[in-house]
Design a protein around this ligand. Structure first.
Ligand code: ZN
Length: 186
């Protein structure tokens, strides 16, 4: 009996994750109601595909030329409604789920938002999902994303403002060439 209960529990784990940990839906966005045009772009309103593709290509090129090339470009879900964003479990304007993908809300269809999330993708690609999530300090992760995405906001909420200037000071000393080597030591 116990064995049977265990088997049922194990089999239902993916379903439980699907229902309660919504970001896991990035693994199969089509089941969450968006259309995946190719392996990189999913969208809930295909009539805005051209705009989404432009944002994607320019963010990818921007990150490659200003920081380093992304080895495996991320899947990005472009949501044109908040309902779509929430169906992935998000309230924030944009989110990167490790190297598994990025979800963009209707508020984040702006070049610097996508650049910011692609930088998070690159960080996890270079530092590892586990290390980048649990070990690397927040001032590096967020400070780098805000500074190097060229976010135009002169004042960010307090903590983020501090992260951005802390990263700027560190980056000035370390330089582009040593960026990942030094980041891995943080
Ligand atoms: Zn961020």
């Amino acid at each position: 009996m116990l064995k049977r209960i265990l088997i049922v529990m194990l089999l239902s784990l993916p379903l439980v994750a699907w229902a309660f940990f919504k970001p896991v839906r990035i693994l199969a966005p089509e089941l969450a109601g968006v259309t995946c045009i190719n392996e990189h772009i999913c969208i809930d309103d295909p009539s805005r595909l051209a705009e989404a593709s432009d944002l994607y290509q320019s963010a990818l090129q921007f990150v490659a030329s200003s920081i380093s090339e992304i080895e495996r470009p991320p899947r990005v879900v472009f949501c044109t409604t908040e309902i779509c964003n929430e169906s992935f479990g998000f309230k924030a304007a944009a989110n990167a789920i490790g190297t598994f993908g990025i979800v963009i809300s209707p508020r984040a269809w702006k070049p610097y938002y996508l650049r910011h999330e692609m930088i998070h993708h690159l960080q996890k690609e270079r530092l590892g999902n586990f290390r980048g999530w649990l070990v690397t300090p927040n001032w590096f992760i967020e400070g780098m994303a805000y500074l190097l995405s060229e976010d135009p906001r002169p004042e960010l909420p307090e903590q983020l403002q501090q992260y951005r200037s802390q990263f700027a000071t560190w980056y000035q000393q370390v330089g582009k060439e040593q960026l990942w080597q030094e980041a891995a030591k943080l």
